[in-house]
Ligand binder design. Sequence first.
Ligand SMILES: [Zn+2]
Ligand SMILES: [Zn+2]
Length: 447
Amino acid sequence: MYSKIATAVEKHGKLILDTERYIWKNPETGFREWKTSKYLAEIFEKLGYKPTMAGDIPGFYTDIDTGRPGPRVLILGELDALICSEHPEADPETHVVHCCGHNAQCAALVGIAAALREEGMLDEFCGSVRLCAVPAEEGIEIAFRQKLREQGVISYYGGKAEFLHRGYFDGVDIAFMIHTTTGDHAVIRKGSVGNIRKAVRYIGVAAHAGGSPSKGINALYAANLGLSAINALRETFREADLIRVHPIITNGGAVVNAIPSNVTLESYVRGKTLEAVERENKKINRALIGAAISMGARIEINDKPGYYPLSNDDNLIELTREAMEYVLGANRVKVDRGVSTGSTDMGDLSAVMPVIHPYMPGATGTPHGSDYYITDPHTACIDSAKVQLIMLHKLLSDHAARANYIIENKKVCFASKEEYFARIQKLDAEGERVKYLDNGEIMVLPL
Ligand SMILES: [Zn+2]
Ligand SMILES: [Zn+2]
């Protein structure tokens, strides 16, 4: 059967590689992937699928029912790109480029969709498969997502949490995807850290920078103090918690001859457990607030749940290893029990269902960097599709014995998505954090 799977994928090799090139050349950031989503949906339609479009945001899903009872397996492809203006192939206007290789995931998803339409492919399967093109994995452009949230379009900043919230993954028992990586080896890790997203605004008082700076309150200096205070806290982070804080200034002032009165920052606070992220985030907010007070500036802090720590299912790790070794050879697959300090919204799904988020080679350069390219699209897209179909076969053949075993033995943190969302909702806090009273007292406002 595995050679039949490989042949079915290879038959659509041109379609897969064309998809990879088209999406590379038409990159879009999260919740803006309209062109990519439409392009893929049209391919799915040509293949005979009827994609259910998310509608007010990009992305879609479609089901393949074998007609035999059994579990539902979700396979994902991520639509979004990043912003990296130094990348030679970045879009000259938007500076957007696929320097995380999600274009290869979409191409592999097309390969899976095409191969599953081939004669006899579903004969040994039971249950059903949901293929999903999902938006907005990269946690960027927080202000834009904040606006979408205020408009009532989205409730969560990550595409997978948003799709989960909308019910697009209801009834799904197991989920997986394959990300592209650099180097020669496929890599399967135990998981990755989770995070909180943070948008901060320091509000000062504008004044003529030359003529009357004494009348101003410099929001940029307040922000600088905030960043220094965070840096001073770093040695208090416990190594086991894998805390990462990496703020950027998204607006540092309007005009050079006025004291900056409106300065904005964005950051993540990442960590191995939600508890560690929450604990350290409190210290970081204290540092940011203290900096505002030192300058007499106001401060708004907008914290939103980012991604839940990813925990790959142990049985799925083994199953993925087998499939990757079949396609790439045993010497090209590494299983690493450690936790990566990147984050992915696959973590949100891992909170409620067994998932796996492994990596296939095929790229070179630095992920998210200016030298990142898909240099071996055959491995990144075509072999990835083969691996995923073999994984699917291992799960759903033999009356779905392995899928059922994985479901029965799953170790997830939350019994339902409602329970999960209620928990991460506790991370959601926004508003002004300091009040200067007429009597000279300063109040730090709890949220
Ligand atoms: Zn990325
Ligand atoms: Zn990525």
